[in-house]
Write a protein that binds this ligand. Structure first.
Ligand code: C2E
Ligand code: CA
Ligand code: CA
Ligand code: CA
Length: 282
C-alpha cells in the first residue's frame, strides 16, 4: 500500500507539473496574443421573436493560436482574469466590436435591422476605477451610437461593493449605454438587487431554457422570470434556444428576444454578414 501511495503521489505531482506548465505557457502566449493579432471576435445573432429578424449581435471572443488552433473563452478567460491580462483584452474586444458594428451600419447592411451590439465585461475589468471613462471614450472614438451598445455583466460582477457598482452603472446609463444581466438565475442576486441596479436587459441563462419543454419546474421558473421582467420593464433575451418547441414556449410566455443554435452559432464576421444579406434579400 505504501508503494502504491508513493506512485499515486508521483502521478499527481506529474499532473500538477503538467497543469502548471500549460497555464504558464498559455499565460505567456496570451500576453502576446493581442499584439500578434491572434484574437478574433465571433458574432452570434440576437433575434426578435415576434418578427424573427436579427436585431443585434453578441460579440464572443476567440483565440487563434498558431500551434494550438482555436481556443475557446472557457480555456482562456480565467487565465486572463487571474493574470490581469483581461483588462487589455477587454479594451480590445470593446473597440473591435464597436468598430465592426459602426462599419455594418454604414455599409449596405444598413438595410438590416441590427441596432444593438452586446459585449461581455469581466468583473476584473468592471472593477477598474477608470472603466466607465474608458468605455465612454471608446464609444465616442469609434462613432457608435451609445444606445446601440449593451454591456453584459454577470451577477458576480455586481454583487460586490453595491454603491460603487450602482454609481458606475448609472454613469453608463446616463451616457446612453445599455446594461444586461447575463446568465440570470445562476448567481445569488436577489430581487432587491434587481430593483436597485439600473439594468436594461435580462438574459435568461441557457441552463433554464434547456429543459423548459420537458421539466415543469424549469418551465415555471422561466415563466416567473418573464413576468418579473415585465414588472421591472426589462427587455428579456433567452439564451441557448435550440429547438422550435423552446422558441414557442418562450414566445407564448412573453419573451421578446433569443439567441441560440436554432438561429445560429456565433460565427465569423463574413458569415454574420451573409446571414444579414440573406435576411435582407428574403
Ligand atoms: P456567455 O456570455 O453566456 O455566452 C454564451 C455562450 O453560449 C457562448 O459560448 C455561445 O457560443 C454559447 N451558446 C450560444 N447559443 C447556444 C446554444 O444554443 N446552445 C449551446 N449549447 N450553447 C450556446 P462561448 O462563446 O464559448 O463563451 C463562453 C463564455 O465566455 C461566455 O458566456 C462569456 O461568459 C465568456 N466570454 C466570451 N467572450 C468574452 C469576452 O469578450 N469577454 C469576457 N469577459 N468574457 C467572454
Ligand atoms: Ca454574454
Ligand atoms: Ca450568458
Ligand atoms: Ca454562460
Amino acid at each position: 500500500a505504501k508503494k502504491e501511495g508513493r506512485n499515486t503521489t508521483r502521478f499527481y505531482q506529474e499532473e500538477m507539473d503538467q497543469w502548471i506548465k500549460k497555464r504558464l505557457f498559455l499565460e505567456n502566449a496570451l500576453r502576446s496574443a493581442v499584439k500578434n493579432n491572434e484574437l478574433e471576435l465571433y458574432y452570434q445573432p440576437v433575434i426578435e421573436m415576434k418578427t424573427k429578424l436579427i436585431i443585434g449581435a453578441e460579440a464572443l471572443l476567440r483565440w487563434n493560436h498558431p500551434e494550438l488552433g482555436l481556443i475557446m473563452p472557457d480555456e482562456m478567460i480565467e487565465i486572463a482574469e487571474e493574470s490581469g491580462l483581461i483588462v487589455g483584452i477587454g479594451e480590445w474586444v470593446l473597440r473591435e466590436a464597436c468598430t465592426q458594428f459602426v462599419r455594418w451600419r454604414a455599409e449596405n447592411l444598413r438595410q438590416s435591422h441590427i441596432d444593438r451590439i452586446a459585449v461581455n465585461v469581466s468583473a476584473v475589468q468592471f472593477r477598474q476605477s477608470d472603466f466607465v471613462d474608458k468605455v465612454i471614450r471608446t464609444v465616442a472614438e469609434t462613432g457608435l451610437v451609445p444606445s446601440m451598445l449593451e454591456l453584459e455583466l454577470t451577477e458576480s460582477t455586481v454583487i460586490d461593493n453595491i454603491d460603487i457598482v450602482i454609481d458606475k452603472m448609472n454613469r453608463l446609463r446616463h451616457a446612453g449605454i445599455g446594461i444586461s444581466m447575463d446568465d440570470f438565475g445562476t448567481g445569488y442576486s436577489s430581487l432587491g438587487y434587481l430593483k436597485k441596479l439600473p439594468f436594461t436587459t435580462l438574459k435568461i441563462d441557457r441552463s433554464f431554457v434547456r429543459d423548459i419543454v420537458s421539466d415543469t419546474d424549469d418551465a415555471a421558473l422561466v415563466e416567473t422570470i418573464l413576468s418579473m421582467a415585465s414588472i421591472f420593464k426589462f427587455d428579456v433575451i433567452a439564451e441557448g434556444v435550440e429547438t422550435i418547441e423552446q422558441f414557442k414556449f418562450l414566445e407564448s410566455h412573453g419573451c421578446q428576444y433569443f439567441q441560440g443554435y436554432l438561429c445560429s452559432k456565433p460565427v465569423q464576421v463574413k458569415h454574420f454578414e451573409e446571414l444579414l444579406v440573406h435576411e435582407i434579400q428574403s
